[in-house]
Ligand binder design. Sequence first.
Ligand code: ZN
Length: 220
Amino acid sequence: MKNISKEDYLSVIYKNSDDNKEIKANLIAEKLLISNAAVTDMLRKLSKEALIDYKPYKSIKLTESGENYAKNMVRRHRIWELFLHQVVGLPWDKVHDEAEKLEHSGSDELINRMEEMLNFPEFDPHGDPIPSKDGAIPKQRTTVSLSTLVENDSGVVIRVNDFNKSFLIYLAQIGIELNSIIEVKEKRSFDNSMLISVSQKEWNISETLAENVFVEKLKA
Ligand SMILES: [Zn+2]
């Protein structure tokens, strides 16, 4: 049985709350790779602690205190990630798992000191915004997924999805990192794969890869 904390639940709800998506027990179960029954138990607990609004068959919402709690956890996670990346020198595919453990330890004071040491960063190594001490979220540039670009479009990489290690390792191998400029040389309509160029090298990439890279489109 996986040991999943209440912070993990709150983080999942928080991260899926932005796009008006319905959040139900089965979505949480899917994200945390656990059974629906386990999720239902925890949701009742969180609801008793007034951290979520939970009514069966309705979308789950964080209460104000639940949101603050989750935001702080996301903040701790992303500061750890950046610290591990910038100070310790871990590659971007390794920081998530380590931060997952570390986010539960260390006082808020330690996190604040790390943030100061990193010079009050706004984004983590994958381009995700870091909530400030008082809960403000840095404004992100407008992005689209790389898969929406067409031939001759180009874009600068602002954010990548961070949930799959081999995906991140592969991106690094082909030279895709934050702020890389990607140009679409060719797009094949039958499977939406693309030939792209990144720092003067060309690569064929799948639609799945492109869907998980977010770019700010550059004007032609
Ligand atoms: Zn991250």
